[in-house]
Design a protein. Structure first.
Ligand SMILES: [Zn+2]
Ligand SMILES: [Zn+2]
Length: 344
C-alpha cells in the first residue's frame, strides 16, 4: 500500500510502499477515506516535538471504512464507516481505569508513536473505532477527531454549565469548534479574541462577540463588555504567555481558565486579585477522551457543529501535496483545514 511517511526529522515526508498491516484479534483494518493534516504534524515533521521511532506514517485525524476485523471483534464489522480515536491505551492501568486514558502508562498516539492515517490502510484496536453516521462526510469525521474533540474536552475540563459566559482566545480550527460547542451547550455571551480582521467578521456572523485584540487589552475589553464582572470560563487556544495571562485576567468570581495551546514561555499572575480573591482556577487541558466522541458525532449529525463549504479542502495521498499543505500550516493558522482524501 501507499504510505506517506516521516523518515527523517526536519525533512520532507516521503512517498513509500509498505505492506498492508496485519491485524491482531482485537484489531480492525480500516481503509482510510479521510485524514486531517494537523498543525501537530508540522511540528512532528520539523522535529519540534520529536518522534523517536522512524519511519512512521503521520496522521491522527482519521475516518474510513472497516476492511477487516479480528476474530474477537463484534461491535463493528467490515463495511462500517468509522472515525478513529487517536490514543491507543491499555484500558487497565491506574489512569485508564480512572477514565484518564490520555495519561495511560503505555499510551500510543496514532501518527506519532505508531503508524497513522497518511496511508491507504491503518490498523487500530477495535475499541478505538466510533461509528460515523452516514450523513457526516468522512472529511468532517476526520477533523472532529482532533480539534473539535479537544475543544469539547476543554469545555468539560472547565466544568462549563449552561448559561455561563465564555471567552475564547484564538479563532483557528479549535476556536471554530469551541465557539459552536459553547453555543450548542447553551452558553450565555461568548467573546472571541482575535487579531485577524477577516476572522473577527466571521466570529460576529456565528453569533459571538468579536474582541479585536489589536484594539487594546482583550481582558479589559471583556471585563467592560461584562459590566466589570468577567466571564465564567475562558479558553486559551493561542499558546502565548500574553493570551494565557489575558485568559486568567478576564475571569469573574469562581471563573475557570482552560489552557489548551502550548508555549515554552512562563506566565505571571497576581495571586491575590487574579486567583485567590475570586477562587478562580487555571486548568490544563491535554487531548481528549474516547467517551467524549459520541456526543461530538451527535452534534455534527444535528448540524450544531458544522464545517461550512470553504473551511475544508482536500489533497491526495501524495508526499508533494502533503508537504505543501504542511508548509502552508507553518505559515498561517486559518481555520481552512486540509484533509487527505486518497484517490482510488
Ligand atoms: Zn490534530
Ligand atoms: Zn492504560
Amino acid at each position: 500500500m501507499k504510505a506517506v511517511r516521516l523518515v527523517k526529522l526536519g525533512k520532507a515526508l516521503e512517498d513509500t510502499a509498505v505492506a498492508v498491516p496485519e491485524i491482531g484479534q482485537a484489531d480492525i483494518l480500516v481503509r482510510v477515506a479521510a485524514c486531517g493534516i494537523c498543525h501537530s504534524d508540522a511540528h512532528y515533521r520539523a522535529g519540534i516535538s520529536p518522534i523517536k521511532s522512524l519511519p512512521v506514517a503521520l496522521g491522527h485525524e482519521v475516518a474510513g471504512r472497516i476492511e477487516a476485523v479480528g476474530e474477537s471483534v463484534h461491535h463493528v464489522a467490515p463495511g462500517d464507516r468509522v472515525c478513529i480515536h487517536y490514543l491507543v491505551s491499555c484500558g487497565s492501568c491506574h489512569f485508564c481505569s480512572r477514565g484518564h486514558e490520555q495519561f495511560c502508562t503505555t499510551v500510543q498516539m496514532i501518527g506519532k508513536h505508531r503508524d497513522g492515517g497518511y496511508a491507504e490502510f491503518i490498523v487500530v484496536p477495535a475499541r478505538n473505532a466510533f461509528l460515523l453516521p452516514d450523513d457526516i462526510p468522512f472529511e468532517v469525521g476526520a477533523i472532529m477527531m482532533c480539534s473539535s474533540a479537544t475543544a469539547l474536552h476543554a469545555l468539560n475540563k472547565a466544568r462549563f454549565k449552561r448559561g455561563e459566559s465564555v471567552a475564547i482566545f484564538g479563532f483557528g480550527g479549535l476556536g471554530f469548534s469551541a465557539l459552536q460547542l459553547a453555543r450548542a451547550f447553551g452558553a450565555g455571551a461568548i467573546y472571541v479574541a482575535e487579531i485577524n480582521s477577516a476572522k473577527l467578521a466571521s466570529i460576529a456572523a456565528l453569533g459571538a462577540v468579536p474582541i479585536n485584540a489589536t484594539a487594546g487589552d482583550p481582558a479589559e475589553q471583556i471585563r467592560e463588555a461584562t459590566g466589570g464582572k468577567g466571564v465564567d470560563v475562558s479558553i486559551d487556544l493561542v499558546g502565548s504567555a500574553v493570551t494565557m495571562g489575558q485568559a486568567v485576567r478576564c475571569l469573574g468570581i469562581l471563573g475557570r481558565a482552560a489552557i489548551v495551546a502550548l508555549t515554552r514561555e512562563s506566565i505571571s499572575i497576581l495571586p491575590y486579585p487574579e486567583l485567590i480573591n475570586k477562587e478562580a482556577e487555571i486548568i490544563g487541558v491535554s487531548d481528549h477522551l474516547a467517551s467524549e466522541l459520541p456526543l461530538l458525532m451527535e452534534l455534527a449529525r444535528s448540524g450544531k457543529l458544522h464545517f461550512p463549504f470553504g473551511t475544508l479542502r482536500s489533497v491526495d495521498l501524495n508526499a508533494t501535496q502533503i508537504n505543501a499543505a504542511l508548509d502552508a500550516i507553518e505559515k498561517s493558522t486559518g481555520h481552512i483545514r486540509t484533509v487527505i482524501v486518497p484517490s482510488t
